[in-house]
Design a protein around this ligand. Structure first.
Ligand code: ARG
Length: 475
């Protein structure tokens, strides 16, 4: 069903209809379209464009249609151009002429942005919820491994000993920053573009503030031209998805390495790994690899939208229809990926013995020797030099620096007396780092408690935002 045609002598050519048609993908917006229509119809009633009887009939029919869409008994057909025309066809089938009446006072230009914003709000909250659950799983793994010491790496070389829990918990911090970004997004973008009309505002619905509040928004956009042109909120969402993807890719890379025969730090559950069609022995970390690999398309989706927006004239241009598929793709891929990653962590077995076995290899306690000297009032530059000499001596002797004898240390520098020995264990190196951000048992325990508090407050926030935006359909 077309929403235009009066001035045309013919319908669009087949090739144009095919090019123009968006319903195959924008049908995902059907429920938001219905919600927005209900709020708009109530606005038309307040403006006396519709009688209360007409408005009520349309609202009842829209709510019925919402159920038909949910059950699948109503869907789009070959003649529908977009979600707007499909929904209007559904309402017209129920109400006849009245079905075309509520289009008054709005345009597809403000409608599509409002639908899309509501879709993004729902799905950003769903992504936030999944990310929070992933953080819960990581924290549980961190808590279960509090006694495991691990080599901490820089440049993929042993650097300093750390608690393995500190290593695991770092991912929660990155992921909860993504949740924070979603909060920021909602703070900035919870304003309704409806009532902007085609570009100049609506002559028939003078009260967009009430419609906005009905939909759950905190306010109304203030420039109708900007409002129908603005896709910053889409680009910001795609950036959030890309950044989250990058976090998942770094996590995936780490798990892939930990799962190698060389590392042997983790065994994956059979249900969360995959086999090879030729090599019967293989058990591969494909989930971790897909977490790493899917990031390419998340970044691609962001890039695609930014390029579409660059140099685009203000108000509505059809280029803007290209804003949706990148978002649908990123959302759907993330919502497929996140539960699998979470399951992989929940069912993974970490091998504490393996993780800690080589913790001191690569002179990992050299910094302890320098710190020991600094505590004896040696400048760090000098202490660094002396510790480096100890490392060089250990290299000559084919050992790690902590394996040097007391007399070896003494020969390097007389201040390296036998008190040094107490500093030369992974445990003491770890427990020496007791500041709020450090790797000591106390710091990591506090860190995990704080993560858990943040997870709880994020969950509460997600529930309250969900209620705010879906409240209208439950009445
Ligand atoms: N399918 C269009 C989109 O997604 C809806 C808006 C169409 N507006 C127009 N003036 N042709 O952007």
């Amino acid at each position: 069903m077309a929403l235009w045609g009066g001035r045309f002598s013919s319908g669009p050519h087949e090739s144009v209809a095919k090019l123009s048609r968006s319903v195959d993908f924008d049908w995902r917006l059907a429920q938001y379209e219905i919600r927005v229509n209900i709020a708009h119809v109530e606005g038309l009633q307040r403006s006396k464009i519709l009688t209360s009887d007409e408005a009520q009939k349309i609202v009842v029919a829209l709510k019925e249609l919402s159920q038909d869409v949910a059950s699948g008994s109503f869907t789009y057909n070959d003649g529908d151009e977009d979600v707007h025309s499909a929904i209007e066809r559904g309402i017209t089938a129920k109400l006849g002429e009245l079905g075309g009446a509520f289009r008054a006072g709005r345009s597809r230009n403000d409608l599509i942005v409002t639908d899309f914003k509501l879709y993004l709000i729902d799905h950003l909250l769903e992504v936030a919820d999944q990310v929070v659950h992933l953080a819960v799983s990581l924290d549980a793994a961190a808590l279960n491994n509090m006694s495991v010491v691990a080599p901490g790496f820089t440049h993929l070389q042993h650097a300093q000993p750390i608690l393995f829990s500190h290593e695991l918990a770092k991912h929660s911090h990155a992921l909860l920053r993504d949740v924070d970004r979603i909060k920021d997004w909602l703070d900035r973008n919870s304003i309704s573009p409806l009532g902007s009309g085609a570009l100049a505002g609506s002559g028939l619905v003078p009260n967009p503030e009430i419609i906005a509040a009905d939909l759950g928004f905190k306010g109304v956009t203030r420039n109708s031209i900007d409002a129908v042109s603005d896709r910053d909120f889409v680009a910001e969402a795609l950036f959030i998805f890309a950044m989250l993807g990058i976090h998942l890719s770094r996590f995936g890379e780490e798990f892939t390495i930990w799962n190698t025969q060389e590392f042997g730090w983790v065994t994956l559950d059979d249900a969360f790994s995959t086999g090879s069609s030729i090599m019967p022995q293989k058990k591969n970390p494909d989930i971790a690899e897909l977490a790493r690999g899917k990031t390419g398309r998340f970044i691609g989706n962001l890039t695609a939208l930014l390029v579409t927006l660059k140099g685009l004239p203000f108000a509505y241009n059809r280029d803007l229809q290209e804003d949706k598929e990148p978002v649908f793709d990123s959302v759907e891929q993330l919502l497929t990926l996140l539960p699998a990653v979470r399951g992989m962590i929940d069912t993974a077995t970490f091998h504490g013995d393996h993780i800690s076995s080589d913790v001191l290899k690569g002179h990992a306690l050299a910094t302890e020797i320098a710190d020991f000297l600094v505590r004896k009032n040696v400048s760090f530059a000098h202490a660094h030099e002396i510790s480096g000499k100890a490392v060089a001596l250990a290299d000559i002797k084919g050992m790690d620096v902590h394996e040097l004898s007391d007399s070896d240390f003494f020969s390097v520098d007389s201040r390296l007396d036998n008190e040094l020995r107490a500093s030369l264990s992974a445990k003491s190196a770890i427990e020496a780092r007791g500041a709020i951000n450090g790797t000591s048992t106390k710091s990591v325990t506090t860190q995990i408690e704080q993560l858990e508090a943040k997870i709880r407050s994020s969950s509460t926030w997600i529930t309250s935002e969900r209620n705010r935006f879906s409240g209208m359909m439950s009445t």
